[in-house]
Design a protein around this ligand. Sequence first.
Ligand code: CP
Ligand code: NVA
Length: 325
Amino acid sequence: MFEAYKLSEISEMKKIQLKGKDFLQLSDFSTEEILYMLDVAQELKVLQKQGKPQPHLSGRVLGMIFEKSSTRTRVSFEVGMLQLGGHGIFLSSKDIQLGRGESISDTAKVLSRYVDGIMIRTFSHDSVEELAEHATVPVINGLTDLQHPAQVLADLLTILEHKGKFAGLKLCYIGDGNNNMAHSLMEGAAKVGMDISIASPTGYLPNGKITEKAIKAGKLTGSAVMITNDPLEAIKDADVIVTDVWTSMGQEEESSLRLKAFQAYQVNKELCKYAKSDFIFMHCLPAHRGEEVTEEIIDGPHSVVFDEAENRLHAQKAILKLLLA
Ligand code: CP
Ligand code: NVA
């Protein structure tokens, strides 16, 4: 049972060995492994704040392939590598041969001869799986259409910092249930024993297979997974409220359709009245104020979105240290 673990004890779990593994989705990891990553992230964050050196990846290089735009992911991975004594190389798919049709498998094999790890942000989740299959170095998912696990590891770290626990908490996600954030949050919450409720309109409900897997994982940790069309039902007594853009990268042509479909799914003051009075509000950013969330909420006292953004750096440094060092 999750309650049996105290985060301070996780650092004793030195037998957890993640070196050489890929980081593609949270469902690939055990509860203990995820808690261990969070523990290492907290340690690295303290060291960073104290200005202490963390040369765990001295001389190591991370190749960072981007097929989509990014502010946080690009900067936090690059800065993270630097703070760990290594280096990150930004590889825009517009500039490398992958963008001109070189195969994923050849790209994986070639990059593996130069770098110690590959981070990729792309469209199809299958591309990341294929890259990982052919690379001989760890592959890290920096967002696909299906998953955004690095973001959710940072989100879990943020929840832990603000709430001090996972068990007994209810996370509510309102909006597009069929996107990368909803899927990774569902996997992450189920693994750490936090209840999760997702409210989305019909046609935008989460992927069935991911939902089934999360329900199964939740049974082991005591996490309830609830999917509904009703935002009021989902947000009732929530400790953590999360939303994301209604139109994700690559869906721009559907944006006017989506704008209509999600009208009743805006996180605003009225809706948040149904949550616990000390709820925190999270958003992976970038946000569209006035669409998925009002300014009043995202810029208000319950919002922790900039702590969340900062934690991308610390959570990813833990991933990098554990996989690459
Ligand atoms: N949250 C997130 O992944 O942000 P970027 O798209 O800026 O990397
Ligand atoms: N769901 C969003 C997340 C951005 C970080 C997208 O894929 O565009």
